[in-house]
Design a protein around this ligand. Sequence first.
Ligand SMILES: [Mn+2]
Length: 311
Amino acid sequence: MLIPTNSTEMVLRDDSSEGAAALRVHQVISRYSDGAANGSSVLVGFCSDLGVIANSGRPGAKEAPLALRRQLYNFAYYGPRSLFDMGDVVADEDSDLALMQGELSGAVLRILTNGGRPVVIGGGHEVAWGTWGGVRAYLGEDQLRSKRVAVVNLDAHFDIRSTPIPSSGTPFFQIANSLRDEKIAFNYICLGVSEVANTGVLFQRADQWGVEYVLDREMQNYDDSLISEILGRFDLIYLSVDFDVLPPWSMGAVSAPSTMGVPLHVVDGIIETLVASQKVMAIDFAEFNPNFDRESLFARSASRLVMAALR
Ligand SMILES: [Mn+2]
């Protein structure tokens, strides 16, 4: 079910006595309504770690939306645009993972249909199958065939495992499979891949499928040509960001911290450039796990990246 965000669960800072321009996100963000969000970013939380548990990972990602909003709502905000918050997709007694993902797909579709840009805060990376469901439904078969649509994933892992039970390790396998059934191209670009965190089978599968990928060690500096080259080839992008793409010293609060990672400023630059192109239809962020944070330090890096998507 969809639960509205309750800002009484957060400590909010108010500097408005300094003047009208002393605004923070919590002072400009409004509860989502269908008529108002045209052209604006819309936050949606996806409170699930069912996929992480199914992938034998460390549970806790379902608490991420609140932990990240606690930071995000206090960030200074300058933008001319309004921001909206749709609340959280949460499990009820009867929910299983597929049901929650279906509910997220419905939320994403509703935002897209009303001209907004969904910015989804997971949850484990199983969030991606839910976000994609909404993007897929919005585009329909015609646009999926006629437009050049890319799935760009910033992640240490390909997440194309073929296990029979869907999990946080399978979303891009699921997307590939569903598109193959309809004979639609799967344009998958995975940035920040770690050689020691993906088995040979996954590299073979990526090669077979023509997945484009860049290794973490090749992404230590921001490379504008890489991003403009991607933007030149595609009309529309679904962007997914797994926080475990970051170095372990920037991000320890994930199920599987990286061993090298792509620096925070590089990931930030990629998100900002892609979003500024207006080609990003929907974004999701995955795998933050507040159980492994300390003094909310990692929540701060993570929400900084979410902020880069809220332009
Ligand atoms: Mn992932």
